[in-house]
Each structure stands twice: as C-alpha cells, then as structure tokens.
Design a protein around this ligand. Structure first.
Ligand SMILES: Cc1cc2nc3c(=O)[nH]c(=O)nc-3n(C[C@H](O)[C@H](O)[C@H](O)COP(=O)(O)OP(=O)(O)OC[C@H]3O[C@@H](n4cnc5c(N)ncnc54)[C@H](O)[C@@H]3O)c2cc1C
Length: 413
C-alpha cells in the first residue's frame, strides 16, 4: 500500500506502508519473519538490512566455515524463495537512519521512507573499536560479518602471521580456526588467562596449555598500545614493549549494542534498548529483540542483555509472534555454546567466573559440569563435552537444585 504523508517541510511524500517492518537482517530479524508468519499469514512484511547478504548464521564465521564443515551458501538461513513464498519484502544493503515514532515511519540512507503498523528493532551490535593510535586502520579485522570472513579467508594462507587482540569467544575461536588452517597465531588479552570472565582458572589454564601445544602463542596481561602500517604488514606494539609484525590483525574485544535508531526516537535505553516481558520498547508499536535488547529475564529474575545465538533466534521469533498478536510474555531461558578445538560446551544461565564455582569432572577439564552458584544455588551451568542436557540445566536453575554428575551422565557415562 502507498500512503501520502506530510514531510517536515510540509511537502507531501509518498511512502510504502507495511503491517510489519523489521530493521536488521541478522538472526533476530530472520527469526522474527518466522514468528510473524506463525500467526499472521497475510500481513505485509518489510525487512531492511545493512548487509548485502541474505540473513545468515553467524557462529560458523569462526567455526565450521574454517573447518571445511560448511560453505558460505550453507549458512544462509532462508533462501530467496522463502522470502518470496512468504511474501516478505527485503531491502538489503540499506541502513535505516531515521525513525519517526509519531508518524510510525522509518527512513533509510537512500532517502526512502516506509510506514509501519508494528516495528521491530533487530539491529544487534557492532564491534567495539580499539581507542589507540592505529585502532581505526582499515586493515584491522573487527570480526563480525560475512564480509569479514570473505576478506580474511582470501588473505589467510598457511605460515602467515596473525595477531589476535581479545581473549573472549571471538578471539579464542578465530585463533583456533586460523591455527587449524596453518597460520602462526599470537593472541593477546589483558586478563590473567583466556576467557577469564567465563571459565574457572584451572579450566582456562588447561585450554591455554592445549592452545600452546598446538603452536598458538598466548600473551596474557598484554594490551596493544599502537598499531601502525609498515608496507603490507601491521606492527602491533604491546604494553610490554614487544613489536608484533603481521599481515593480519583481528580484534575481538566485544560489541556495543546498536542503539542509534532507538536514540533518534527517544526510546528508553540502559545497557541496550529497554523492553518489557512482551519485548515492547517505550515507544508505541516498537519492539526490540536480540543482541540489542535489555529485557527482564524470567528465569534469572534480573534485567539483562544477551549476545548469543539461541537468544537471538528465540527472542526474534517471539517478537514476531507478539507483533502479530500472540502477546505472550518472553519466558525462555536461552543457552549458548562454543567450540575450542576438542573442548566444546553448552551453557545456561549466568555463567560468570565472579560467582562461586564448583566443578564436577569425569575427566578433569575435559568432560564434566561447571556450576556457577549464587548463595549456594545454581545460577549457571556449563556442560563441558556433555550434550543434550540443556533442558535439564534450565530445570536445575529454576528449581535451584544441584545434581550429581553420575545422575546427569546416566547411560552416557
Ligand atoms: C563470529 C561470531 C561467532 C559467534 N559464535 C557464537 C556461538 O558460538 N554461540 C553463540 O551462542 N553465539 C555466538 N555468536 C553470537 C550470535 O551470533 C549473536 O548473538 C547473534 O548473531 C545476534 O543476532 P542479532 O540479529 O540480534 O544481531 P546481529 O547479528 O548484530 O545482526 C544485526 C543486523 O542488523 C543490521 N543493522 C544494524 N543496524 C541497522 C540499521 N540501522 N539499518 C539496517 N540494518 C541494520 C546489522 O548490519 C546486522 O546485519 C557469534 C557471533 C559472532 C559475530
């Protein structure tokens, strides 16, 4: 449908009108299209995304694409036929730069304006940048998007040096990926040990030992202080005076939620766009979900923002259903996962090394359970090389019950 609205200067502008508009073509945005269509088979949908690619799965960017387990075409969430069949309009390669909540309209960076009845902000997050000299060099990989993978893949060749800044999941995973592809990897981070915000020290030390054995150089308690370009290499100077010369520098120091649009419209924000249990923002008919949403966690009884795959999918779908009229509270407790060479895990709840931690190993630092306790009760559970126990873990947390390993492993022991 095309509407005519008065623009700011009083001139009449034609704009297309949709029942649902989704801003952001990531996991959350794609899942929202599914959620809408579960309830409303007819209502018009527009999805506007900044990236050129059809919405795709992000976790393989540091894992399966590098291990030969998936190709780029395998990570696309839905092919073009899905969007056509479900009558979902896609506008890709465009950034939404304006949101007029009174007019119920958005504007993209090419000046096109679209009216909505319900709007979902699924804008996710952007990589944090290093605020050091050279932190803005075009040559650095602030690794998040499929285009980053394509560029890095084209550059990376066996024997090449790669410096990685950041000892969180992105840094640890891409270090493993490049090592498996024959590159000489150095990873640096400010903490005492790798993944120090999540892992207990003994587990992190075991992971570090494995990394070193495989040839990865680990510089803990180390920060980059400057990065400069010399010829076709980058020279990274560290806080302890080392110079690391490499064609590849990857930075994975976390993300910040993309809040610009929400700010434009004056929506409430804290550590993300504030939403209630229905994923409604403070703006009428505007919803937020995924990496950008600050929401009340039913299971954990706190307000939080989650940067994980399962939450993006579940919340995106939920927002879609809610916009289409389901109006159910979001009560889901998401899980997350990672793979670091042979060590894989699934985790639920608050997995924070600042909590009291107890471990229950069948094989120390390889197979077992890490419990994160709050006043003696499980707040988080990490199941290390133990699979298909996510649902049980949700129950342990909800009931505040710690279970013996033998009971958990059962026939799997
Ligand atoms: C390399 C990598 C590996 C990961 N591995 C794991 C893992 O193993 N396990 C796990 O649980 N999680 C993992 N994650 C996290 C998980 O992928 C994210 O939580 C999830 O992708 C978030 O989805 P999202 O759609 O909310 O946000 P995003 O993925 O950030 O997508 C938002 C999209 O919106 C677009 N956008 C933003 N603003 C605008 C605008 N104004 N106009 C138009 N478009 C806009 C962005 O360009 C982007 O395409 C990984 C993330 C990365 C980057």
């Amino acid at each position: 449908m095309t509407l005519k609205n008065k623009g700011k200067g009083g001139n009449v502008i034609a704009m297309k009108s949709y029942h649902y508009i989704i801003v952001g073509g990531g996991l959350t945005g794609a899942a929202a299209t599914e959620g809408i269509r579960e309830i409303d088979k007819e209502g018009s949908i527009l999805l506007v995304g900044k990236e050129q690619d059809l919405p795709y799965d992000r976790p393989p960017l540091t894992k399966k694409l590098w291990f030969g387990q998936k190709k780029v075409e395998d990570i696309v969430l839905h092919n073009a036929a899905y969007y056509a069949e479900k009558n979902i309009n896609l506008v890709l390669g465009r950034e939404v730069t304006g949101l007029d909540k009174e007019a119920h309209a958005i504007t993209d960076n090419k000046g096109s304006t679209y009216a909505y009845q319900k709007l979902l902000l699924a804008t996710g997050g952007c990589p944090r940048k290093l605020s050091i000299p050279g932190g803005d060099l075009d040559d650095l990989f602030y690794y998040r998007y499929l285009d980053d993978y394509r560029k890095l893949r084209a550059m990376a060749s066996p024997g090449m040096e790669a410096v990685i800044v950041g000892g969180g999941f992105i840094g640890a995973e891409i270090a493993a990926a490049l090592n498996k592809n024959g590159l000489k990897v150095t990873i640096m981070f400010p903490g005492e040990y790798i993944l120090s915000r999540i892992f207990p020290e003994s587990l992190a030390r075991a992971i570090e030992k494995d990394y070193r054995t495989r040839g990865i150089s680990i510089l803990s308690k180390t920060l980059p202080v400057s990065i400069e370009k010399r010829g076709d290499r980058c020279v990274t100077t560290t806080s302890n005076g080392k110079e690391l010369v490499s064609p590849i520098v990857i930075v994975g120091i976390g993300i910040q939620p993309s809040l610009e649009l929400a700010r434009t419209a004056g929506l409430r924000e804290e550590n993300g766009i504030v939403v209630n249990e229905f994923l409604e923002t403070s703006g009428e008919d505007i919803y937020a979900a995924g990496d950008n949403a600050f929401f009340p966690s039913h299971g954990l009884g706190t307000l939080m923002r989650i940067e994980h795959w399962d939450n993006a999918i579940a919340q995106g779908r939920h927002a879609g259903r809610t916009m289409a009229g389901a109006h159910e509270p979001y009560r889901y407790m998401p899980y997350f996962f990672s793979d670091l060479f042979d060590f894989g895990f699934e985790a639920v709840g608050t997995v924070d090394s600042g909590l009291e931690i107890t471990t229950d190993w069948q094989v120390v630092n390889e197979k077992g359970i890490v419990w994160y306790l709050n006043n003696g009760k499980p707040a988080g559970v990490m199941m290390c090389n133990i699979w298909d126990r996510v649902e049980s873990a949700r129950e342990w947390i909800s009931k505040g019950k710690k279970v013996e390993l033998g009971e958990i492993l059962g026939a799997h022991a």
